[in-house]
Design a protein around this ligand. Sequence first.
Ligand SMILES: [Ca+2]
Length: 478
Amino acid sequence: MRFYMLLFCCAILYSACGVQQQQNSLPNIIFILTDDLGYADISSYGTDYLQTPHIDSLVNGGMRFTNYHTNSPVCSPTRAALLSGRYPDLIGIPGVVRTDTADSWGYLQPNALLLPQLLKKEYGYNTVHIGKWNLGLSLPNLPNKWGFEHFKGFLGDKMDDYYNHLRQGFNYLRYNEHYIEPDTTHATDLFTAWASEYILSRRKQTQPFFMYLAYNAPHRPTQTTDYWKNRYKERYPHTPEPRATYCAMVEHLDNGIGQIMYALRQAGLAGNTLILFSSDNGGNLEEGANNGEVNGSKTSLYEGGLRVPLAIWFPQKIKDNSQSAALLLSMDIAPTIYNLLSQCSGKDLAVYDKPNLNEAKACRDKNGHIIPFDGISFAPTLLGDSSFAPQRDLFWVWRESGDQFGTGNYVAAYRTAQNLKLLRNKPDAPFELYDLHNDPQEQVNLAQKDSIAAQRIAAQLQERLQMGFKIPCKPPAK
Ligand SMILES: [Ca+2]
């Protein structure tokens, strides 16, 4: 069956990409990542009292994913997974990278390989990162050292103020490795302007580009301009705070994405550009986010901390108004892009079966080359094969410090291919067990009733945790 599926995908891609192996047949790729945007925080994902026409045009003009999950309920690990296609704890990022080393739980390991490195080396892409990095604050873990030829953004975990751009009084804004003096422009407008400027500079260029555009909105502090706040309140005067300002912030962000699309059309590049839109973790309910029907908020291992929107837009290639309920993770994005490009270039297919989650053996393609991903390619889904439904166990871990965690303790979850999910949201809490097939809102804890299953999955979780604990997440001692 898999053989025929590969033939089917190969045939579609052959016609979609053409037989030309020229560099200019490869699509441009723009990956738009928002920060803490909830599952129901855009109008096309079902929310009322909020208008996001530009994001909706990506959702409705391409494929909407309804069962996509982030690799972490917090920022840095998901970003590591997105760029590497790996489980983040296996490349040194089980928690948030911060200025204070004692309170920082991530350090990119030298054996990691990021998507911009692959795209630049194997396909000749021009690679640019605009916005939030959050995978290191100093050498060697800066964007230019990890495959991005151009970087314009900030290195930190957040901004304390969208207008002065500082974090704990420090300026982390950089143009490559040079400081950028902060001005008073709202960060959403700043990143939109930088991204648009870059896109317009690619007019008439035959070299394809990969842009990773990571907005920090709508992460707290919930701040937007008076224009967007007033515009929102005039239409929806009864929306309470903080939801009203949060919604205005999302509409502000949506306008920025509209400007990106406009720049793309102005540059004549819209017809051959793949655009992905998503979030790094679930919405923060305290800040006014809306995670829809699922339980939980950012930092939670319930579905509300992990399930977010994902839309992929690729004119003529991905059918508009299409939808997929495939269970996917952030780490599946990089293999999917890699898979699409390898087939566009006439190289071997990279669709493959992964080994069991707890087996550390490397995965190889049909020519014996190691495939450097933990995630899977869902390229078949994008190209219309609705039968492609990966069955696999999934795992989450988040290391943190502070009152709840102590020093470097962790919370974790393990989801079996049969949709049983074991989790705990506090390091010393008893495990909870949910049957996500019958109880997607995680309301009925089965840990006592089905204690045998809970123990079995807890043992699998422990085994998988140990793999990650072997990987350092702190800078090497000097
Ligand atoms: Ca985040």
